[in-house]
Design a protein around this ligand. Sequence first.
Ligand code: GTP
Ligand code: MG
Length: 212
Amino acid sequence: MGSSPGTSSYDCSFKVLLIGDSAVGKSSLLVSFVSAAPADDDISPTIGVDFKIKFLTVGDKKLKLTIWDTAGQERFRTITSSYYRGAHGIILVYDVTKRQSFTNLADVWAKEIELHSTNKECIKMLVGNKVDKDEERLVTREEGLAFAQECGCLFLESSAKTRENVEKCFEELALKILEVPSLSEEGSSVVKRNSLKQKQENNAKLGGGCCQ
Ligand code: GTP
Ligand code: MG
């Protein structure tokens, strides 16, 4: 598995969401993954919703991941059904040094998924972030694993600062999405629809009236 930046053609397009409390490191994980470098300290809290695109090669498939990042802060929370609609993968992030960010996953975030997610087969991954702060850890790996098993999620612990498990988190999620036929078929049909549309637009520009 590996990433191939700048790829313009791909086999499947997947929508992935990052959710979890404010300051758990959602944006840092995303920036660290997309830029292939450890996240900076000066990252600002997300306002509303943002997204980034990353191309990945998993096995013989080229994938386009559109990764949505949202504000964990209540006053910026603009989550609506449209944010969740059509998601192929959801990453639930907590901070291993903040117990409340872990308990809120069950109390708040899992309920949001239940309420808004349209894709019942969508793959979920639980990520315990900031493992570089081991001396401040308040949530054990065993607790994380037990919760992941309870709600049928994949599980990893990560650090956006050291990049531990950052790539693995997105790659494992993508691999699992590919293994679910309904999700991978849907992800590739989006690509086919877009390439057909592109062909038709090119034909129209060239003055051609029929499909080639
Ligand atoms: P909102 O946008 O408010 O929802 O927060 P967020 O979840 O996007 O968190 P963000 O990425 O903004 O990170 C919050 C703070 O935690 C920042 O100061 C980051 O530098 C820091 N941080 C993020 N990830 C890590 C990590 O793995 N280790 C350490 N030590 N700090 C981290
Ligand atoms: Mg953020």
